[in-house]
Design a protein around this ligand. Structure first.
Ligand code: GCU
Length: 600
């Protein structure tokens, strides 16, 4: 009997995986959705809140219209709540405030058939997993809360009304990216735009139009066509520079692109973008692209050949004034204006790729972007499937942002634990994959494993041999008391010839807190935080090869593990701004330091 059971189980598993492979995992999404022919599906979507996960068993993606007088269904999208898409679900319904579970979304839309087009459903991001059904058929699933994905639906659409159902689940996974533990609000939902995308039968899926590494007047890139007519004439046109480059794609739809031009290179003081038209015989797509060089020369970071100091700030993807997930262009403008006011020329989008509005707005405002994967702290590097997830998320992030000149750093992990099985080899592998995908930007990993004894930092990290920049987080003065004069801090690096960025530092303060002595941490006073920043700025003068700073962080943000009922209330209070955008005393210390740097 037992043998028979095992056989049945093996068969069931095989059929399950076979069905999923038929339905298809999501493809990596075509890039530059804004330049495509889209029908935007944003709006109020009816939902079914499913805290017990019963929706699977009830198959809520199927019609609930009774077929006879005795039939009934114990679910319905009609008559229930509706939620805004995009947007996190936690802040839209009282039953969802702390929800980590399943919410089913439904969207009906009409379609007029057209044989000469292809159709895709494109999601900017869904946190954390999505199972997508169209007209009762499972299209497939996606895992990862911060990168775009799509499904081709050309052969699934019907004339007239179509019904899309998305199962969203934001439960944390031990083998997830991130894993179980992270220090930000786990907002679930369809958190970014949803679009029905129409393309020609052979369309431009992807392209890379950027300056060749370290070369100021030469583009080295490519164009990728998806579709039957793979072999086409391809052109890249930059009208302002009178560039009209043409080439031919091969039988794989791939066309190398190489041309010269007198580019007015992008920089924070000159955020120049060009209209770029990428066209083939069957498709045309327009983009606004900047051209710049970001390099490491010796132990310096250079932008367009000139040394540059990265005056950064950390930001989470949250609009504190709403205490909710940020997802609009206005949210991006508010957060980036706050960063600009502090004197920043870079934002570290912690700890995951933010929405595209943020990346594009930063580029337009002349703010460099640090793009990061949520390979955060405790990751199960040796669990089967985890490295595949890392690889997919890397490709999704780079495919979306590869033509954004504002993006200068790919950061591939944050504070992972050095002695986790397979951690080093997995992170070295993803570093090499990143460089294969894009050798024009700087690559880093962020650590906090450095030792700090006798007022001396010992930075020993195998990964840095493979990185362009050493990035480390330290909280001296908050989590770790000072061991001596900040100005007498010593540093020992096993890697001594690379630029160093202090990618996080700071401490907490509740705006206006004066509940106790300002020289005691336990009262969350602004003065205590101010002192941390004053001493940190003294210590920065001792850091060898220091090329950048990112205070943690711009503004207070929600993190349910921060549970002090008076000072935190579920907020991490390390912001230089309060959750209402009020400047704390430490804000002025950092502002003065950045202004002084500009005068050096
Ligand atoms: C870590 C981590 C952040 C976290 C911060 C803190 O360095 O990278 O995500 O929020 O410390 O403790 O506030």
């Amino acid at each position: 009997m037992n043998k028979q059971n095992n056989l049945l189980l093996a068969l069931a598993l095989f059929l399950g995986f076979f069905a999923l492979s038929l339905s298809g995992f999501s493809q990596t999404a075509m890039q530059n959705i804004a330049g495509r022919n889209c029908i935007n599906l944003n709006g109020q979507w009816p939902v079914i809140i499913d805290p017990t996960g019963t929706g699977n068993w009830r198959q809520v993606w199927k019609s609930n219209v009774p077929q006879n007088k005795t039939q009934f269904f114990e679910y319905s999208f009609d008559g229930g709540p509706k939620l805004n898409v995009p947007g996190d679900f936690n802040t839209q319904h009282p039953d969802l405030k702390f929800m980590e579970g399943t919410v089913w979304y439904q969207k009906k839309f009409n379609h007029l058939a057209n044989e000469s087009n292809r159709y895709f459903i494109h999601f900017g991001a869904v946190n954390y997993t999505a199972d997508v059904y169209l007209n009762e058929k499972l299209l497939g699933g996606h895992e990862g809360g911060f990168t775009p994905f799509q499904f081709e639906i050309t052969n699934d659409l019907i004339e007239g009304e179509n019904i899309l159902v998305v199962k969203v689940n934001n439960e944390r996974h031990g083998d997830g990216l991130p894993g179980y533990g992270y220090d930000w609000m786990n907002y679930g939902g369809i958190i970014r735009d949803v679009n029905l995308v129409q393309t020609p039968t052979s369309y431009i899926d992807d392209y890379f139009i950027q300056l060749k590494k370290s070369i100021k007047n030469e583009v080295e890139g490519w164009v990728k066509i998806n579709g039957q007519k793979a072999n086409q004439k391809v052109e890249v046109v930059i009208p302002e520079l009178k560039i009209n480059y043409s080439t031919q794609s091969n039988s794989d739809g791939f066309a190398k692109v190489e041309f010269k031009g007198k580019f007015d290179r992008w920089s924070p003081t000159n955020p120049k973008l060009y209209e770029v038209i990428v066209q083939s015989e069957t498709d045309t797509i327009r983009d606004e692209i900047g051209f710049r060089n970001i390099d490491v020369e010796g132990a310096k970071i250079t932008l367009n050949g000139e040394p540059i100091f990265l005056k950064g700030i950390n930001i989470h993807e949250e609009m504190p004034l709403r205490a909710a997930k940020a997802y609009t262009e206005t949210d991006a403008l508010v957060l980036l204006t706050w960063a600009k006011e502090l004197g920043c020329n870079l934002v570290r989008l912690a700890h995951y790729p933010h929405n595209e509005y943020m990346v594009k707005m930063a580029e337009k405002m002349g703010i460099m972007v640090w793009d990061e994967l949520p390979i955060y702290q405790h990751i199960q590097f040796s669990t089967p499937g985890v490295e595949e997830k890392m690889d997919l998320m890397l490709r999704e992030m780079i495919k979306r942002d590869r033509n954004r000149a504002g993006v200068v750093i790919w950061s591939l992990s944050n504070e992972t634990y050095q002695h986790t099985a397979n951690r080093d080899s997995a992170l070295v592998r993803i570093t090499k994959k990143c460089r294969d995908l894009d050798n024009t930007r700087l690559i880093t990993h962020v650590i906090n494993s450095q030792g700090y004894n006798n007022n001396t930092f010992n930075v020993w990290e195998h990964l840095y041999q493979h990185c362009d920049v050493i990035s480390l987080n330290e909280y001296i003065g908050w989590y770790v008391p000072w061991q001596g004069k900040p100005s007498e801090t010593k540093w020992k690096f096993d890697c001594t010839d690379k630029p160093v960025i202090i990618s996080e530092f700071g401490g907490e303060a509740l705006y206006g807190s004066n509940y106790g002595p300002s020289d005691e941490a336990a009262w969350w006073t602004e003065e205590f935080q101010e002192q941390i920043y004053i001493k940190q700025t003294e210590m920065f003068e001792t850091v060898p090869n220091l090329c950048g700073l990112c205070p943690w962080l711009l503004v207070d943000y929600r993190s349910l593990g921060r549970m002090h009922p008076v000072f935190q209330q579920g907020w991490n209070r390390k912001g230089l701004l309060s959750d209402k955008g009020q400047k704390k005393k430490a804000w002025y210390v950092m502002k003065k330091y950045y202004d002084r740097l500009d005068k050096k």
